[in-house]
Design a binder for this molecule. Structure first.
Ligand SMILES: Cc1ncc(COP(=O)(O)O)c(C=O)c1O
Length: 478
C-alpha cells in the first residue's frame, strides 16, 4: 500500500494561515511604499525561479518569504490608492476573507445538489443586488429571469449572445451549428469582448456591425435602426445588440431606452454591458444612466470592478431564464439527481459555459453585509466626487483639455496639441512610480485616462497625482 503525502495538520494550517493573513495585512499597510507600476523587465521572475519543480516539499515559511522576495517586485499594485489605470479591480478585506473561506470549503457548485448553500446564497445575493441597483423585477428569481455569477463580463456577453443566437434560430444554432446570416450590433466604442464573443459564437467578427456614435461617444440609436434595416433588407438575420453603460475608453453611456426600443421593434436581443458603471446604480442619483433596462434581455455588472469584491465576480442577469437554459443546458447521466429531476432547484451549470463553479457568492455576501448598502454607496460617491474635483483642476489649467464627458469616476484628458507630448507625459508619470495611469484613443487622438476606483484612494492621492502630472509637464518642458 502506498503512503499519502504529508499534509499540514490543522494546527500547522492555523499557524501558517495566521502568517499568510499577517503578510496580506502588512502588504496593505505598505501599499503606498511600492512603485505602482512594476519595474520588472521581461523574464526577471523566470530567471529567479528554479528550472524544475522541487522534488521534496518545502516549508511554508520559505514559500511565503519568496512571495515577498520574488513575487512582489513583479507586482503592479492594483490595490494601491495611487492606481488610476484601466478600470480598478477592487478588493476589500471582507472579500479577501470570503475568498479564503470559499477556498477552505472548496465546494463545486455545479448543481444545487453538489452544495445547496452555494446555489441558494448566489440566487439570494443576486436578488439583493438587483434590488440594491433598482433592476427590473424580471431580472430577479421571482420573475421569469434571474441572476448568476460569471467569472467576467466577457463571459456574460458570450452567454447572452449564445442565448440570443439560439432564440433567433429556434434552437438550430445550438443543435446544428450557427447558420450564415446572423448579425450582431454594438457601438464603435464597445468592449473588445463583444467581437470576441461574435467570433466564438460562430457569427464571425465580420458580422458584428460597428454602430456609429455621437459627440459623447454614445451609440446613435438611429444608426442602429438603419443598420438593422439594411441587414434585414439584404436577407440577413439581426440577432443581438449590446448597449454599453460606461464604455471602457471614456464611460460613454449608450441610451438604453432608445436602443431598447429599436431592438424590441426588430426582435433583437438587447444585452446591456454595465461592467464598471453598473455599480453606480447603487446610488439613486446615478440610475438614470441605465434608464430603460426593462427593455433589455440581459444585463451585467462587475462587482469586481467597483463594488469592493475582488476578481472574479460578474453579476449577469437575464429577463427570461428559459432562453439561456435552452442554449446552455445539457444533462449527462452522471449528473442526474433527484432535485434536478424534480425541477425544484436551480443548477447553475446550465447558466454558464464551464460545468464546474466555485463559491463566489460568499464574496458578495460578505461585502454587502460588511459595508451595508449605505457603505457601498459612500464608496461610489466618494470616487465620483474625487474624479469631479480632478476634472475641475484639469479644466482650470489652460495647457490641458478634457475630451469626454465625466459622468462618473473616469477623466479623459490631454495636453492640447499633438499626441507625442502626451505620450511622453504618460510615460514620465508612470516612471515616477507615484501614480499609474493608462491611455486610450478618442477621435484618433492619444488621451490620458485617470480612473478613480481603488478601494483606498482618498483626496490626498488624487491631489498628489495632479501635482505629479503638472510637475512632469514642467520637467518635460525644461
Ligand atoms: C464596458 C466593459 N465591458 C467588459 C469589460 C471586460 O470585463 P471582464 O474583464 O470582466 O471580462 C470591461 C473591462 O474593463 C469593460 O469596461
Amino acid at each position: 500500500m502506498s503512503n499519502p503525502p504529508a499534509h499540514m495538520s490543522p494546527e500547522e494550517f492555523r499557524r501558517h494561515g495566521h502568517a499568510a493573513v499577517d503578510w496580506v495585512a502588512s502588504y496593505l499597510e505598505r501599499l503606498e511604499t511600492f512603485p505602482v507600476l512594476s519595474r520588472a523587465a521581461p523574464g526577471d521572475l523566470r530567471a529567479a525561479l528554479p528550472a524544475a519543480a522541487p522534488e521534496r516539499g518545502e516549508p511554508f515559511d520559505v514559500i511565503l518569504a519568496d512571495v515577498e522576495r520574488l513575487i512582489l517586485p513583479g507586482i503592479t499594485h492594483w490595490q494601491s490608492p495611487n492606481f488610476f489605470a484601466y478600470f480598478s479591480g477592487n478588493a476589500s478585506p471582507p472579500a479577501v476573507l470570503a475568498e479564503l473561506v470559499s477556498a477552505g470549503l472548496g465546494v463545486q457548485g455545479m448543481l444545487w445538489a453538489t452544495s445547496p448553500a452555494c446555489t441558494e446564497l448566489e440566487t439570494h445575493v443576486l436578488d439583493w443586488l438587483a434590488g440594491a441597483l433598482g433592476l427590473p423585477a424580471a431580472f430577479t428569481s421571482r420573475g421569469a429571469g434571474g441572476g448568476v455569477i460569471q467569472d467576467t463580463a466577457s463571459s456574460a456577453t458570450l452567454c447572452a449572445l449564445l442565448a440570443a443566437r439560439d432564440r433567433t434560430t429556434d434552437g438550430a444554432a445550438t443543435e446544428r451549428g450557427t447558420p450564415a446570416g446572423l448579425v450582431a450590433y454594438a457601438s464603435a466604442q464597445a468592449h473588445s469582448s463583444v467581437p470576441k464573443a461574435a467570433g466564438i459564437a460562430g457569427l464571425g467578427r465580420a458580422h458584428l456591425r460597428s454602430v456609429d456614435v455621437d459627440g459623447t461617444y454614445a451609440m446613435r440609436p438611429e444608426a442602429l435602426d438603419e443598420a438593422i434595416r439594411a441587414d434585414r433588407a439584404a436577407g440577413r438575420a439581426p440577432c443581438f445588440a449590446v448597449a454599453t453603460v460606461g464604455t471602457t475608453s471614456s464611460t460613454a453611456m449608450d441610451p438604453v431606452r432608445a436602443v431598447g426600443e429599436v431592438c424590441r421593434r426588430h426582435g433583437v436581443w438587447l444585452h446591456v454591458d454595465a461592467a464598471l458603471a453598473g455599480s453606480a446604480a447603487l446610488c439613486p442619483e446615478f440610475r438614470h444612466f441605465q434608464d430603460g433596462l426593462e427593455l433589455a434581455d440581459s444585463y451585467c455588472v462587475n462587482p469586481h470592478k467597483w463594488m469592493l469584491t475582488n476578481f472574479d465576480c460578474d453579476a449577469f442577469y437575464v429577463a427570461d431564464r428559459a432562453a439561456l437554459l435552452r442554449a446552455l443546458s445539457i444533462l449527462p447521466e452522471y449528473l442526474r439527481n433527484q432535485a434536478t429531476e424534480a425541477g425544484a432547484v436551480i443548477d447553475y451549470r446550465d447558466w454558464q459555459i464551464p460545468l464546474g463553479r466555485r463559491f463566489r457568492a460568499l464574496k458578495l455576501w460578505f461585502v454587502m453585509r460588511s459595508y451595508g448598502l449605505e457603505g457601498l454607496r459612500r464608496h461610489i460617491r466618494h470616487h465620483v466626487d474625487l474624479a469631479r474635483q480632478f476634472a475641475e483642476w484639469v479644466r482650470a489649467d489652460a495647457r490641458f483639455e478634457i475630451v469626454a464627458p465625466v459622468p462618473l469616476s473616469l477623466v479623459c484628458f490631454r495636453l492640447r496639441g499633438a499626441d507625442e507630448p502626451n505620450e511622453r507625459l504618460l510615460a514620465a508619470i508612470n516612471a515616477t512610480g507615484e501614480a499609474y495611469l493608462t491611455h486610450t484613443r478618442l477621435d484618433g487622438r492619444f488621451v490620458l485616462r485617470l480612473a478613480v476606483g481603488a478601494t483606498f484612494t482618498a483626496a490626498r492621492h488624487v491631489e498628489a497625482a495632479w501635482r505629479r502630472i503638472r510637475a512632469c509637464v514642467t520637467e518635460a518642458a525644461s
